[in-house]
Design a protein around this ligand. Structure first.
Ligand code: NDP
Length: 487
């Protein structure tokens, strides 16, 4: 493996504009999943630290300069943060790869530009959040003000640790909120580094606080804190449900982006070569640890055998390798626990009658790491566990269908509704099917594309509220109605 031994400095909490140790002095070690070796120590936030961070965010909101600052000044600072992220792209890309196991190609070429793009895109919104005048009566002046919510608690997962900082913080901050962000225990490093860069960009103390710590301690403390106005969460459906219940106690607003089991539908009239590539990147990008992964491949019966053969051939060429090598396209899963979960699903699929046509095994690199081969399971029935549950790894379930109605029925026959793909050469069919799919995002003749300007979020059990796009700003603002008596 290349370069993994270059030292990474210990990470501290970012609270009220300073890098600090936790009140208890506790630390945890973050581990490189590709080598199973420690990367560095990280200060571990407990309840007291979360309280300090929330108090700082509250003070920065209630009395501090951030929401009162000229929006153009907020815009300037957030734009500068985007620039600093780009300027530190190599460092951030490497950190993300060390911590998460994803190929540095993805971390450097996709994640870094995306997170910088979020700060650039949303900085522009700071000056464009307008209210309305409403024509009620000649005797009154009636108008609305679009105002920030206050303190936002962001709880993010380990699959896109850096991108999630952009998705959650950029719109929240642009709208004038202050933020306390808890990264996942597996992957705290890039969030802390971006917290440091935010201070360099000129974000006032307390506006963005970063508190790595356990979900059951730091996460719960954030959700239950009476001075937090909103929780924006991305992660498992189970924890999302729990957060919903806990947030009821203090009537917090919520954005929940939960799991998915997204159908990627290939019709017989599609460009097959493009669809094979799309089916492959749909599941194997990000090692399949992607909430919107096209993990159910629905293939029209008449092309099923030929299509699966081509896909299996492609999957077999996608060999796990050193994530720090720029040529690598399949990295290590994030943890041993995740690898065991994923391999357990492969076993369950085979027991239920699915057939492995590619992969299916752990494949260490240089004798180490939680790597799993690019796996294709054929002959899957939509009722099987591997078709209904989120696997969150490089495992594709292939399900044949008969016609358009059968495809739509199978695609929607799932509790989730995060994303979907449609591959067809028929423009009418593409739009008609896109309308019938119960999913927050539909890609036509493409898959796994994202942009700061396009809203992203779930239907059904995949959650509610939106990340990205103008729609996300609605979730970070509230509307005040003002009545003025003119008589
Ligand atoms: P979790 O939902 O447990 O973790 C997501 C975040 O929530 C982490 O920061 C976690 O902290 C935190 N958290 C955990 N429990 C609580 C709590 N009680 N209160 C507040 N915050 C909490 O996901 P897992 O890491 O356990 O992954 C399990 C499965 O979830 C995956 O296999 C996958 O199916 C799904 N998942 C979906 C994601 C998506 O993008 N929709 C992303 C990640 C996972 P901690 O650091 O302690 O884990």
């Amino acid at each position: 493996m290349t370069d993994t031994l270059a030292p990474v400095k210990p990470a501290r909490l970012i609270i009220n504009g300073e890098a600090v140790d936790s009140a208890s002095g506790r630390t945890f070690t973050t581990v490189n999943p590709a080598t199973e070796e420690p990367i560095c120590a990280v200060a571990e936030a407990g309840v007291e630290d979360v309280d300090r961070a929330v108090q700082a965010a509250r003070a920065a909101f209630d009395g501090g300069p951030w929401p009162k600052m000229k929006p153009a000044e907020r815009q300037r600072i957030l734009w500068k943060l985007g620039d600093l992220i780009l300027a530190h792209g190599d460092e951030l890309g490497r950190l993300e790869t060390l911590d998460n196991g994803k190929p540095v190609f993805e971390a450097r070429q996709i994640d870094v530009p995306m997170v910088a793009g979020c700060f650039h895109y949303f900085s522009g919104w700071a000056t464009k959040l307008t209210g309305e005048t409403v024509p009620v009566s000649p005797g009154t002046l009636t108008y609305t003000l679009r105002e920030p919510l206050g303190v936002v608690g962001a709880i993010i997962p380990w699959n896109f640790p850096m991108i999630m900082v952009g998705w959650k913080c950029a719109p929240a901050l642009a709208a004038g909120n202050t933020v306390v962000l808890k990264p996942a225990m597996e992957t705290p490093l890039t969030a802390v580094r971006i917290g440091e860069l935010a201070l360099e960009a000129g974000l006032p103390p307390g506006v963005l606080n970063i508190v790595p710590g356990r979900g059951s301690v730091a996460g719960e403390a954030l959700v239950g804190h009476p001075l937090v106005d909103k929780i924006s969460f991305t992660g498992s459906t189970e924890v999302g449900q729990r957060i919903m219940r806990e947030a009821a106690g203090t009537v917090k607003k919520l954005t929940l982006e939960l799991g998915g089991k997204s159908p990627n539908i290939v019709f017989a009239d599609a460009d097959q070569e493009a669809a094979v590539r799309g089916a492959s990147t749909g599941i194997f990008y990000g090692k399949g640890e992607v909430c919107a992964a096209g993990s159910r491949l629905l293939v029209e019966q008449s092309i099923h055998a030929e299509f699966v053969a081509k896909l299996a051939e492609r999957a077999k060429k996608l060999v796990p390798a050193d994530p720090l090598d720029p040529k690598t396209r399949l990295g290590s899963l994030v943890s041993e626990k995740q690898m065991k979960t994923v391999l357990g699903y492969v076993e369950a699929g085979v027991k239920e009658g699915a057939r492995i046509v590619a992969g299916g095994q752990r494949q260490p690199v240089n004798g180490k790491g939680w790597f799993v081969q690019a796996t294709v399971l054929d002959r899957v029935d939509n009722r099987m566990k591997v078709a209904q549950e989120e696997i969150f790894g490089p495992v594709l379930a292939v399900i044949p269908f008969d016609d358009v109605d059968d495809a739509v029925r199978k695609a929607n026959d799932i509790p989730y509704g995060l994303a979907a793909g449609v591959w067809t050469g028929d423009v009418k069919k593409a739009h008609a099917v896109a309308r019938r799919l119960r999913a927050g995002t539909v890609w036509v003749n493409m898959y796994n594309f994202y942009d700061p300007g396009m809203p992203f979020g779930g239907y059904k059990a995949s959650g509610f509220g939106r990340d990205l796009g103008a729609d996300s700003l609605r979730d970070y603002t509230q509307v005040k109605s003002v009545w003025v008596n003119l008589e």
